[in-house]
Design a protein around this ligand. Structure first.
Ligand code: FAD
Length: 307
């Protein structure tokens, strides 16, 4: 029951200011955020690569309120491409983008987000890598999938994300499970109304498995974004039933969550990609991680009283 309350708090500016300024917050945040800058994050990327893992990098930021901020967000990704180039990891280090950070919600935002995303996808292609468009709240999804379709005309490796908690997602999976299409399936991290999304965790999990079946049976490249051990085992089973080779799909997990499981899967020969977020605008991302697991909140609260 705590999850929805924390998700509502993730949208509060007053709380954002309080939590961000609290001196005790930083060490807890550091569990999920690789650093505040590219310089702090590059060693984390190298360490992941040394462990045989692939990465997708997210420059933290969302819901910008003017076009100038959207340009700053775009430029932060262009600097990230410059930092990735000398690492020579190619597609093993890709990027994840939230279109709301590129101005999607502003007037004329669809075209603005497409323009900013195109610049980043072009720069990524020049160093041999790709971009995946994160899924945000359901009101943005039509625009995000349309931008994904437009980007794919020139850059077919551009990835999409679908959330199993949304009723519409099985249909989206059918549309996306086509040749060359990279699709990350997640359960979904936003507070969504009962008119569009399952509210019950067991239903979200069942929907995840139905979506996974569609993606595994299709001709695209499924990216299984979950830490759930039961779903990981089911994904392996569905992949082998669909005749997929071990490198014809991948697992994805978030930095700071179940690192031992990431290593175990990689040691079995699976492709495992870690989602690494960095930057100073960590509040929304951090609060979604707290909402996913009440134990994280307890950890956070304990750090406040035991300092
Ligand atoms: P759960 O049933 O929530 O968790 C299963 C187990 O995983 C838990 O029992 C626990 O052991 C562990 N675990 C899960 N979450 C945490 C946590 N926060 N802290 C500690 N342990 C935890 N959501 C979106 O809406 N849009 C996106 O674009 C998006 N991108 C994602 C990219 C990746 C690579 C991943 C892994 C997730 C992404 N998510 C995204 C978040 C996703 O929607 C879920 O909220 C999140 O993954 C938790 O669900 P779960 O599948 O891990 O299963």
């Amino acid at each position: 029951m705590l999850g929805p309350v924390i998700l509502a708090a993730s949208r509060s500016d007053a709380l954002r200011r309080t939590v961000s300024a609290a001196p005790v917050t930083k060490p807890v945040v550091d569990r999920f955020i690789a650093g505040e800058s590219i310089t702090e994050t590059t060693p984390v990327v190298r360490a992941a690569a040394d462990r045989g893992l692939e990465v997708t990098l997210d420059v933290l930021g969302e819901d910008v309120t003017d076009p100038a901020e959207a340009l700053l967000a775009r430029d932060a990704y262009l600097r990230l491409v410059d930092a990735l180039a000398p690492l020579g990891l190619g597609p093993r280090a890709e990027m994840s983008v939230k279109l709301s950070s590129f101005g999607q919600a502003l007037p004329g935002g669809h075209d603005l987000a497409l323009k900013n995303a195109t610049a980043v996808v072009e720069a990524a292609a020049a160093i041999g890598t790709t971009v995946t468009l994160d899924a945000e709240d359901h009101t943005t999804l039509d625009s995000t999938l349309a931008i994904h379709g437009e980007l794919r005309e020139r850059f077919p490796g551009t990835g999409a994300v679908v959330q199993s908690y949304l009723f519409r997602t099985e249909e989206d999976c059918r549309a996306l499970a086509a040749a060359g299409s990279r699709v990350r399936l997640v359960k979904g991290a936003y507070k969504e109304p009962a008119s569009v999304a399952y509210q019950d965790k067991a239903e979200v999990d069942r929907a995840y498995i139905r979506c996974l079946k569609i993606l595994m049976a299709g001709t695209g490249y499924p990216m299984v974004g979950t830490h759930d051990p039961r779903i990981i085992a089911i994904a392996q089973d569905l992949a082998s039933r669909a005749g997929r080779k071990i490198d014809a799909y991948e697992f994805q997990m978030l930095y700071g969550i179940r690192a031992a499981e990431q290593d175990r899967l990689a040691a079995e020969g699976h492709r495992v990609r870690v989602y690494i977020a960095y930057g100073t605008d960590w509040y929304g991302y951090f609060m979604r991680r707290l909402a996913e697991r009440p134990a994280n909140l307890a950890f956070f609260l304990r750090s406040l009283v035991t300092r």
